[in-house]
Design a protein around this ligand. Structure first.
Ligand code: MIC
Ligand code: SF4
Length: 657
């Protein structure tokens, strides 16, 4: 049978199950990546599983998120991660070397491998033809220990690309176009696979922008074939030997196909406050902007920044605009410094930020009150920039730089008329500067045994969940709407530095819903927990959208939350809930959501039995006001994990026989 590329790679890695959409399968993982904000927990859990040398072909630990270093927390994390990586046989990419996804693509990504990363934008690796999947830190820890990764065998959406991009239109506009078609909801369990003659018109960095922001669709991953463009990229990275040609068979039988004519795409923007709220730039043009950032793992490649520098050369950014660049990696920064593009941008008035996540995760550069901020990032969830009530528009580097010159949202195609600027032709270089000195190779077995792992006082092993109660008595702590993101649940920004200390970080669970003068979510949850009452969160559609951060399960669990009842729950978050023994329940009849109020007391008399074997569970309001059926969409393995009080216990029990 003519096979899809995704299935070809999955079948080469299949260790359990059958490749049929909807079935639980397990795959061998070749490579893992972790970043510091999720990595400390991942490595603490890895250590608690025995922590010998990793069993993968390659594991890399990156420092890129937490680099603001207010107080000792961030540096404690860096030192812990550096030493634990060396001890575990893991490569360590130091602070300053760049964003995990950009660096991984440049230096390690290769066609045909499986990559599991504790970051939702791991699918960036699909740009070089890898099956690259984001997951919670504990799942990545299991993969580092040699365990397979379990997932639902996906349906595959084929995106047939035709044509070529017009001037001033770029890869970001392609993925925004796809987001406008597929939206951020309802794509769980799918993989997006690109094919068609238009594919060859996109370079690897462009493909990586598209697969990166595919995360916002909520799909398992996105992937491009590996072809001449891939070979060119790997050759320029002096890794030609990693090239392998890969594509779907002709007439591969996709579950659904959509067609995108690249030449028909125009500049697009995701408007506040969702990456799926897409409009054309020409529709919103003219609005004043005071802050613009070019960076993040979506759009900070060499070609993105070269385009910006060509446009800015000999010009000045608008006086009313603060414009910053955050090159995605030290390689990109080095190349810009080497060829003079950096000084062109500095001369134009750009602020140069560190190579890292920075403003994308609220680490500085927050916009002023009421200011419209343009960013080349992938997420504009409310408050993610660090400013409450922010107004963030996600755009391409072309739109960002055009707007930086005018001070207004500007369709870059108008730059010719407005300022006499022609669209620059930027080619990917034949050779990138290769300097891996900021990537530490782990020492051999004997040397690594001598390494002392440094654990600052802010690095605390998280407590693991207790067994589920046979008779579930819970109370609704919070009822929230659709599209609750992990940024709502576990804020980043100034709280990001608490990632390695769950008792402290848990204090800000659902901080955005806390009201001045009233008890916080955390206080209410702990109070209930002390009375032996489990906390329940009720939500609408797409609960847990966004990041892979397992703290969005780990911290509520620490506070005593034992069930989430939602219309639908997103893939990575659902897995994290199960890993930390919070029962994910989805309404059989979504209108039952309306019946529930905050503080309602809910009973699930047969919870354990249901988790053991049933697909539904009956939930009763304590005073008999209502009763409804919840769906338990769980695999056999999920059930065992929940019955074992979480994944870590499940693994330990399995090892004990
Ligand atoms: C994000 O973009 O939200 C993050 C920060 O990279 C997260 C990971 C995290 O929360 O540490 C992600 O995308 O998974
Ligand atoms: Fe970092 Fe932003 Fe990319 Fe997340 S989306 S990895 S915070 S740059």
């Amino acid at each position: 049978m003519a096979q899809m590329l995704t299935y070809k790679i999955l079948s080469e890695h299949l260790v359990e199950g059958k490749l049929a959409a909807g079935q639980l399968i397990a795959i061998r993982i070749d490579q893992t990546l972790t970043q510091d904000a999720t990595g400390t927990t991942a490595f603490l859990l890895y250590e608690s599983m025995g922590g010998s040398r990793v069993k993968t072909d390659l594991s890399v630990s990156y420092i890129d998120h937490n680099m603001s270093q207010f107080g000792p927390e961030n540096h404690n994390d860096h030192l812990y991660l550096q030493t634990v990586a060396a001890k575990s046989g893991v490569y360590h990419s130091r602070a300053g070397n760049g964003i995990c996804h950009q660096v991984h693509l440049e230096r390690f990504g290769r066609p045909g491998v499986t990559l599991l990363g504790s970051d939702s934008h791991t699918p960036t690796g699909g740009g070089v033809g890898a099956v690259a999947i984001g997951a919670g830190g504990l799942d990545v820890a299991v993969a580092m220990a040699g365990g397979p990764f379990y997932l639902t065998c996906p349906n595959v959406l084929g995106v047939r690309l035709t044509g070529d991009l017009s001037d001033w239109v770029s890869a970001k506009d392609v993925i925004l176009k796809i987001l406008s078609i597929l939206s951020t909801k309802g794509n769980v369990g799918w993989v997006v696979e690109y094919f068609g003659e238009g594919v060859s018109n996109l370079s690897v960095p462009q493909r990586a922008t598209i697969t990166n922001m595919g995360a916002e669709l909520g799909v398992t991953t996105s992937i491009f074939p590996s072809d001449e463009q891939t070979k060119k990229f790997l050759t320029a990275q002096k890794r030609k030997e990693h090239f392998r040609e890969l594509a779907a068979d002709k007439n591969a039988d996709y579950d659904r196909v959509i067609e995108i004519d690249l030449s028909g795409i125009e500049p697009l923007a995701a408007c506040p406050t969702s990456p799926g709220n897409v409009k054309t730039v020409s529709e919103i043009a003219g609005m004043n902007t005071r802050q613009i950032v070019l960076g993040s793992c979506t759009n900070s490649s060499y070609t993105d920044l070269m385009m910006a520098s060509e446009v800015l050369k000999t010009r000045r950014i608008n006086d009313m605009v603060e414009f910053a660049i955050a090159p995605g990696s030290r390689q990109v920064l080095n190349m810009l410094a080497d060829n003079g593009a950096l000084s062109d941008m500095i001369a134009a008035g750009a602020r140069v930020l560190e190579s890292g996540c920075g403003p994308c995760i609220g680490q500085g550069f927050s916009p002023a009150d009421g200011v419209l901020s343009l960013r080349t990032f992938n997420r504009n969830f409310p408050g993610r920039s660090g400013t409450k009530g922010d107004s963030v528009y996600l755009v391409s580097p072309e739109t960002a730089v055009a707007s930086a010159l005018t001070g207004k949202i500007t369709d870059p195609r108008r730059l010719g008329d407005l300022l006499g600027i022609d669209c620059p032709e930027i080619e990917m270089p034949n050779e990138f500067i290769i300097d891996d000195t900021m990537i530490e190779t782990p020492p051999g077995k004997e040397e690594s045994a001598k390494i002392e792992v440094l654990r600052g006082s802010t690095i605390v092993m998280p407590r693991m969940p207790e067994e589920l109660p046979a008779e579930f008595a819970g109370q609704v702590l919070l009822k929230c709407a659709d599209k609750i993101t992990t940024d709502h649940i576990m804020p980043a920004g100034k709280f990001l530095k608490l990632r390695s200390n769950v008792p402290e970080y848990a204090k800000v669970v659902f901080n955005c819903f806390n009201e001045k003068g009233k008890p916080t979510f955390a206080q209410l949850a702990l109070e209930l927990n002390q009375k032996g009452i489990a906390g329940v969160i009720v939500a609408g559609d797409s609960y847990g959208q966004g990041s892979s951060r397992e703290h969005a399960a780990l911290c509520p669990m620490y506070l005593g939350v034992r069930a989430v009842i939602a219309k639908t729950i997103e893939r990575i978050h659902k897995a994290n809930l199960i890993n930390f023994c919070i029962v994910p329940i989805e309404f059989e009849n979504p209108s039952d959501y309306e019946k529930i109020k905050v503080d309602d007391k809910l009973r699930i008399p047969s919870l354990l039995d249901a988790v053991r074997a049933a697909d539904t569970v009956s939930v009763k309001e304590e005073n008999g006001r209502y009763e409804f059926t919840g769906r338990l969409e769980l695999s056999g393995r999920d059930r065992k994990i929940l019955l074992s009080a979480g994944l870590l216990n499940y693994i330990r029990r399995k090892a004990d026989g």
